[in-house]
Write a protein that binds this ligand. Structure first.
Ligand SMILES: C[S@@+](CC[C@H](N)C(=O)[O-])C[C@H]1O[C@@H](n2cnc3c(N)ncnc32)[C@H](O)[C@@H]1O
Length: 215
C-alpha cells in the first residue's frame, strides 16, 4: 500500500481503470507474489509497471540495470522496450525468493536476455565497468545516496535513472528525521536536484519515483 493509495483509494482505482491492461504473465506473477511472499507490498505493481514499460519502450535501451529484483515484476516491465541485442542485469540478495523470478524469467520471451544475479548491489557497482542506458533502483533505502554516487560514472548522456519510494510515505517532509532510511532518501533527493549533470523530476506516483536523465 503506498502513500497515495492510502490517501485516496478511489482515485487510485480510477487511475488503474484508465491505464492499459496488465499482461497475463504479470498478472500471474503479481498473484503468486501475494500468495507466496511475506512482504508482497514490495512489488512495483500495476501503475508503476506501466510507467517502467512506457519509459523502456520510448528509450529502446541496450543495457538495463535493476537493483532489487524481488519477484521480477519490474524486470519484466523494463524488458518490453529492450533493443534486439540488449540485456538486463538484475540484482538481489534474497536467495530464498530467487526461485520465483527464475521461474517467471524462464517463462518469458526474454529469458536469454536476463542476467539475474544474487549479488550485493554496491559490490556489483564497484566492480563493473559497464555503462547503462536505463537504471531502476528499488532496494535498500539506506544506500540510496551511495547508489547515486556509484551509478553516475556508469551512465552517459541520455541515460535515465529511476529511484523508487523517494517520498517514503510522506516522511521526506520531516525536518529532522530520526529514521536512517528517511535521512538517506532526503539526501538522495537533494543530490539529484542539485547535480547539474542531470535533469530530474519526482513523479508523485505511488510512493514517488525520482526520474533523472543525464544531460
Ligand atoms: C522493493 S523490493 C524490489 C521490488 C521489485 N523491483 C519489483 O518491482 O517488484 C527490494 C528488493 O531489494 C533487495 N535488496 C535489498 N538490499 C539489496 C542489496 N544490497 N543489493 C541488491 N538487492 C538488495 C531485497 O532483497 C528486495 O527483494
Amino acid at each position: 500500500m503506498s502513500f497515495f493509495e492510502e490517501k485516496n483509494p478511489e482515485m487510485d482505482r480510477y487511475l488503474e481503470m484508465h491505464a492499459s491492461s496488465e499482461p497475463e504473465i504479470l498478472r500471474k506473477l503479481r498473484r503468486e507474489t501475494f500468495q507466496k511472499t511475506t512482504q508482497p507490498h514490495m512489488i512495483s505493481g500495476y501503475q508503476q509497471g506501466r510507467l517502467l514499460t512506457i519509459v523502456s519502450q520510448m528509450m529502446q535501451p541496450k543495457n538495463i540495470l535493476e537493483i532489487g529484483t524481488f519477484t521480477g515484476y519490474a524486470t519484466l516491465c523494463l524488458m518490453t522496450g529492450l533493443a534486439k541485442e540488449g540485456k538486463i542485469t538484475t540484482l538481489d540478495v534474497n536467495e530464498d525468493l530467487a526461485y520465483l523470478p527464475r521461474k517467471y524469467f524462464a517463462e518469458s520471451e526474454y529469458s536469454n536476455q536476463i542476467d539475474f544475479r544474487l549479488q550485493d548491489a554496491k559490490e556489483f557497482l564497484k566492480e563493473t565497468d559497464e555503462v547503462f542506458d536505463l537504471v531502476f533502483i528499488d532496494a535498500d533505502k539506506e544506500n540510496y545516496a551511495e547508489y547515486f554516487r556509484l551509478i553516475k560514472p556508469r551512465t552517459k548522456s541520455g541515460s535515465v535513472v529511476m529511484f523508487d519510494n523517494v517520498l517514503w510515505y510522506g516522511k521526506v517532509l520531516e525536518e529532522d528525521p530520526k529514521q536512517k532510511s528517511t535521512q538517506v532518501i532526503k539526501e538522495l533527493n537533494d543530490l539529484a536536484a542539485n547535480d547539474d549533470d542531470f535533469e530530474n523530476l519526482i513523479l508523485p506516483l505511488r510512493d514517488g519515483v525520482n526520474l533523472l536523465r543525464r544531460k
